[in-house]
Design a protein around this ligand. Sequence first.
Ligand SMILES: *Cc1c(COP(=O)(O)O)cnc(C)c1O
Length: 493
Amino acid sequence: MYYVSTRDNHVKMTAAQAIAQGLSRDGGLLTPCEIPKLTEEALGSMVGMSYQQRAVAIMKLFLEEFTTEELESFANRAYERFDDPRVAPIREVDSATQCLELWHGPTSAFKDMALQMLPYLLSASLVKTEEEKTVCILVATSGDTGKAALEGFRDVERTKILVFYPKDGVSSIQGLQMQTQEGENVGVCAVYGNFDDAQTGVKLIFSDEQLRKNLEERGFFLSSANSINWGRVLPQLVYYVSAYCDLLKAGRIKLGEPMNVCVPTGNFGNILAAFYAKEMGVPVGKLICASNNNNVLTDFIRTGVYDRNRTFYTTMSPSMDILVSSNLERLLYTLAGQDDALVKSYMESLNRDGRYEIRGDLKEQLGDLFYAGFCDDAQTQTVIREMWESHGYLIDPHTAVAFDVLQQYRQETGDDRVTLVVSTASPFKFCDSVLGALGVSHFAVGTAILEQLTALTGETAPAPLAGLKNKTVRFNDSVSKSQMTDVVLDMLK
Ligand SMILES: *Cc1c(COP(=O)(O)O)cnc(C)c1O
């Protein structure tokens, strides 16, 4: 199987090349040319497997030039640092509402699911492609990706990692997590502006030919750990397949019976993985796309018009404060039957006018597959409080957005099918919002806020967050968007 650019089908690569390179030179996303199928028997046979074994079975289908032994060793090491042996446990809210907790990794957000795996995939890809240079991973983060990538790549040989985050777009705990990052090959820098500014800055660096040559002479090349890298999306397919197996095992569904999936969405990476799992043959019913006030995807799914020309809101679910959802491009490519010219023209008009409108047949498919809704901050807080009071379940603001949109979906459609609600972060990552939702108005300063949430709820903070108080701040710089190139050059001297 090979990988192609969503903007040019002539660009063809192996999996290792696609993972090593991250993004196609034409700006397109490298995407498998076909989605392998899982039969019902194959699915059923995974019920008795561990998470790691399921990961090997699924990833092998997409990574032909990787051996099973390689993938086994990656999977065993990648999920070692998780605080739950099931890796991605499901918590039952009620029999029709099953919450998939994706935040048991070292940085307490779902990004660990992929970013603990990506360094192994990437290192092996560099060997397979006979790359001699050192890779520098550049990341623009809305908060969680940066920390997860730093933890994944820290002290990985022949890699450097540099993370840019929006100065005022991350929670205090998220900021501290990054500023205290350990490792010899890491760099962290704040950018004035919002996530889109940081992401645009990184995209400009990637397209800067002169900089590329300059870095090559210094023995470096740039790659990405953003969810545009296929090596990020693939490990995310695994937990949808795995969750389906777990629901089968628990007797919550029968083989072949569909589950809905409800995902709090930003860059469209997580929900895209659910779409691909459905394409593979996992019985997935509706894909429910949950947004916060930055509801560009809600409008898109409802109308077929993608329009980023709108107010940007800073919300209490910052990892979804995004106006350009990069991974949507892969969905369009697949829905349009790999029509690269069409995708290219949409992306050109997005760049030029900030908007595009998809063809009628694509709109129809989109409407059949997806439901979309959004939830503002006030309602997010209400959901956090209600979930705590009625179920004793403490959830973070991103997860609360998903629960609210699921509620909207059920009210609108009456569909009461089993739904997998994806929980993307530990509530302890967003203590101030969660405390506020529970009626607290005076917040402890710094890491003491973790203890404040514990005192109120009796829940314990994940160990890596609790350990933050003993760490020293190593990175405190802030730059403007135009200075980001200098930061790269400075790090790769
Ligand atoms: C990244 C993130 C999201 C959004 O995921 P996408 O793949 O960008 O759609 C949602 N919640 C949390 C906590 C995240 O870190």
